[in-house]
Design a protein around this ligand. Structure first.
Ligand code: AMP
Length: 291
């Protein structure tokens, strides 16, 4: 695997590959890699000649400075994981390399309502920072395909919107990968490294809540407010001390639904100790039918 720290070295190398008509897949990450990230590398390798992964903890997308400071870093292990997965190129720049003029760039992305709801509402400025860095990375890598995880469902919608509005990037295809979970159901996340053993057990209440809702619908409990209330109670009983949101939303615009309509997503963001966990669960009519 080739490792680049400088934008120009990366660009020069990719230009050569492009002149050889190589198809390029790109997986942006913030490191502390796990099987979720690696599943996106594997997906990219299925349909591309070259897979590029970036590791960059992007300061402009953290609305909470403490969250940024405590973001885990496991770069040596990350490199080994990428090599074992067959990743071709790692781009691992410094903050100065990505933000040579400082962090306060005067740029605004029009994201509409998506920026006012859920993650947008609870993490002001987060999606502007995400768009800022992903735009820079896409302009550098110019991939044929960008690979994103459904774990960050709203981020996928935001980035699709940013890319569609950008004339230089609009022919980049966006493909998504399913959420990879631990054996017990907890969604893999770099932030899980910050959970202590007790919290790690309590964190499972999110997945259990999803199963509870699925089971509830199977049993014809169609009152979404009641299901939501019970999910909230279960999180509080399991040590979560703050819930940013639990909601039922339709998958396109992520607008809240008040009555059952398929398919829909259950989305959740909640705090366990210092750690904010987010997850979502996709339910179709078929998922809620007895076989
Ligand atoms: P991050 O390093 O958390 O910024 O994530 C980098 C990419 O990996 C994003 O597209 C995430 O949605 C995706 N990702 C994170 N966790 C998972 C997971 N458990 N399963 C699949 N993809 C994931």
């Amino acid at each position: 695997m080739l490792i680049f720290h400088s934008k120009s070295d990366l660009q020069n190398h990719l230009e050569t590959l492009r002149s050889e008509n190589k198809k390029i897949g790109f997986v942006p990450t913030m490191g502390a890699l796990h099987l979720g990230h690696l599943s996106l590398i594997a997906l990219s390798k299925e349909s591309n000649d070259v897979t590029v992964c970036s590791i960059f903890v992007n300061p402009t997308q953290f609305n909470d400075p403490k969250d940024f400071e405590k973001y885990p870093s496991t770069i040596e292990a990350d490199k080994q994981l990428l090599i074992s997965e067959g990743c071709d190129i790692l781009f691992f720049p410094t903050v100065d390399e990505m933000y040579p003029n400082g962090l306060n760039e005067n740029k605004h992305f029009e994201l509409g309502e998506l920026e006012q709801i859920w993650e947008g509402e609870h993490r002001p400025g987060h999606f502007q920072g995400v768009c800022l860095i992903v735009e820079k990375l896409l302009q550098l890598v110019l991939p044929d395909t960008l690979f994103l995880g459904e774990k960050d469902f709203q981020q996928v919608a935001v980035l699709r919107k940013m890319i569609a509005q950008h004339k230089d990037l609009s022919n980049i295809q966006v493909l998504t990968g399913k959420t990879i979970r631990e054996a017990d159901g907890l969604a893999m996340s770099s932030r899980n490294l910050r959970l202590n053993p007790e919290e790690r057990k309590q964190a499972l209440a999110i997945y259990k809540g999803f199963q509870f809702i699925q089971q509830g619908i199977l049993n014809h409990s169609f009152d979404l407010n009641e299901l939501k209330k019970q999910f909230e109670d279960q999180l509080y009983q399991n040590g979560f001390h703050k819930i940013d949101y639990i909601a039922f939303v339709e998958p396109n615009e992520m607008r809240e639904i008040s009555q059952l309509q398929f398919p829909f997503l259950v989305i959740v963001a909640a705090f366990l100790g210092q750690v904010r966990l987010i997850d979502n669960f996709y339910l179709t009519h078929e998922h809620t039918q007895r076989i």
